[in-house]
Write a protein that binds this ligand. Structure first.
Ligand code: HEM
Length: 222
């Protein structure tokens, strides 16, 4: 073993460096790591529940936490394409489908918490909410738009739907906009957090628009 001029330990005979090992391990196990990371918010809720740590209003705590993670994972999913383009590294795409499916799954759990824990499946009250409270309508619209994307996220659907798959998956943009509106409308006083989410979404959608304009301009010029 020796230490080279960059301070990296290495084995002359094998030519193997710790950095190489980390890169290898990450490339091999990163998907599992991302998978486990996505499960952490749920595990945290279970742990808090078991330890009576969900606060004075556990239903609100659970519903809100699941909602926050639905939106956060949706925005992280939308960040993958810009990250791929900015870094020139296609490996980012390995996590996109999983992140999108986790966003949807958290959304389904969020809805379940609302229907079951909050409304006790009182369908009259739920329909009233849907009609009278615009933030519920926006949340429902967001989840309904995410549903076909989750259902067609498999390789077979990509093959069968061809170009229509890309068209269908553009629904993720209005879904994210409805998710942010849902959050903004439900907050009664301090809108700082929903505005931060809205700003992140604006950047993620803005770069896409900008790249699209650039592509059209080069097409016209060429
Ligand atoms: C399926 C329909 C949905 C229903 C019925 C619903 C309902 C709710 C309810 C009742 C709350 C708590 C409101 C309060 O405590 O005053 C909430 C919070 C929230 N929901 Fe939803 N939601 C839905 C879908 C979504 C979706 C798809 C997203 C994300 C894309 C989302 C993101 C959020 C966020 C970020 C919060 C606030 C969390 C916080 O206060 O920290 N919801 N939702």
């Amino acid at each position: 073993m020796r230490r080279d001029d960059k301070g990296v330990m290495g084995d002359d005979s094998a030519g193997l460096y710790p950095a190489d090992i980390v890169t290898y391990l990450w490339s091999r196990f990163s998907r599992y790591t991302v998978f486990l990371l996505c499960l952490l918010p749920l595990a945290r809720l279970f742990a808090l529940g078991l330890g009576h740590g969900l606060g004075v209003n556990p239903i609100e705590f659970v519903t809100r936490s699941l909602g926050t993670w639905t939106l956060s994972l949706l925005l992280i999913t939308l960040a993958i394409t810009p990250l791929r383009r900015l870094t020139g590294d296609g490996r980012w795409l390995r996590y996109r489908r999983m992140l999108g499916l986790f966003a949807f799954s958290y959304g389904v759990l969020h809805l379940t918490a609302y229907l079951w824990l909050d409304q006790f499946f009182d369908w009259m009250a739920i329909f009233k909410d849907l009609y009278k409270r615009p933030f519920i309508t926006a949340g429902m619209a967001a989840l309904l738009m995410l549903a076909p994307l989750a259902l067609t996220s498999n390789d077979r659907s990509v093959r069968v739907l061809k170009r229509n798959w890309l068209r269908l998956h553009r629904l993720v943009y209005p879904a994210a906009i409805c998710g942010v509106l849902h959050y903004y409308w439900l907050v009664k006083q301090d809108v700082t957090l929903p505005v931060i989410y809205a700003a992140v979404l604006a950047v993620l959608l803005g770069v896409r628009l900008w790249w699209r304009r650039q592509k059209q301009a080069t097409k016209k010029a060429g």
